[in-house]
Write a protein that binds this ligand. Structure first.
Ligand code: FPP
Length: 248
């Protein structure tokens, strides 16, 4: 089946979020260093970014480095940092050609000045692009994000600039790192695990989940398109009743 052709263009999810898992196992299976899996993973990032752009996704959020990833062996963290910096430089033509605006959600302060500089340059360089936002979750975890939001809100309440009765779901969303975009419609996780791993916990309240057994470096455009077709076959109810009653 050609999944690209099966996609209904008017029902493409506006926001797709991806937990890119399986780089390490991909490498280990081949007797390679884990870092080699991340290097290969960058090719998948490029492929899936172009594929998302092609079908009209407006926001693609990739879980690239979690707050917990700082606990990995130093050599692996260093390899990921080097890869991130080179990626932000090397992929600039791809971003510009496809009208991609880069965004970062996460604790940028936790990165070295060199990495932060590369991030800021890429953010500035692409800020005029409007076709798709590529949102990299870097130094990100939901609990970090929610803690930050609660701190900021509490500060405003204390200063009298926010009334407790004005705090609702919409107001909380304004304090999150993701305030500039809608919630994900579809969450994809590759690599066979079926968990959310501290990613966009608030925002995925009504997201459709799609789990692929394939390691991220092996995840192809076709597999991405397949996830979109599967998403389009589901009925989203947002807590409501089915639009068509079940047949007896
Ligand atoms: C999970 O695989 C993946 C990551 C922790 C990092 C994802 C990074 C990339 C795809 C490279 C592009 C991103 C940057 C920062 C340049 P894993 O190592 O947890 O795999 P495993 O579950 O098989 O061990």
């Amino acid at each position: 089946m050609n999944f690209l052709q099966a996609i209904q263009p008017d029902r493409v999810p506006a926001h797709v979020a991806v937990i890119m898992d399986g780089n390490g196992r991909w490498a280990q299976k081949r007797g390679l260093e884990r870092a080699q899996g991340h290097i290969e993973g960058v090719n998948s990032v490029r492929r899936i970014t172009e594929a998302a752009c092609r079908i009209g996704v407006k926001y693609l959020t990739l879980y690239a480095f979690s707050t917990e990833n700082w606990n990995r062996p130093k050599a692996e963290v260093n390899a990921l940092m080097g890869l991130l910096v080179s990626c932000l430089h090397k992929e600039m033509p791809l971003f510009m050609k496809n009208g991609i605006r880069l965004r970062i959600i996460g604790d940028m302060e936790s990165f070295s000045p060199e990495v932060r500089q590369a991030m800021n340059e890429a953010l500035q360089h692409t800020q005029g692009n409007t076709r798709m936002d590529l949102v990299l979750a870097l130094g990100y975890s939901s609990r970090w994000e929610l803690t930050e939001a609660f701190r900021k809100m509490a500060g405003k309440v204390k200063e009298g600039r926010l009334q407790i009765q004005d705090i609702d779901a919409e107001k909380i969303a304004e304090f999150l790192a993701t305030s500039f975009m809608p919630d994900p419609d579809l969450l994809i996780r590759t690599g066979g695990e079926r968990r959310v791993s501290n990613f966009l916990l608030w925002q995925i309240a009504y997201a459709e989940m799609y789990f692929s057994p394939v390691f991220w470096p092996d995840f192809t455009e076709e597999m991405f398109y397949e996830s979109i077709v599967e998403y389009q076959s589901r009925e989203r109810r947002f807590g409501n009743v089915p639009t068509k009653p079940a047949e007896a």
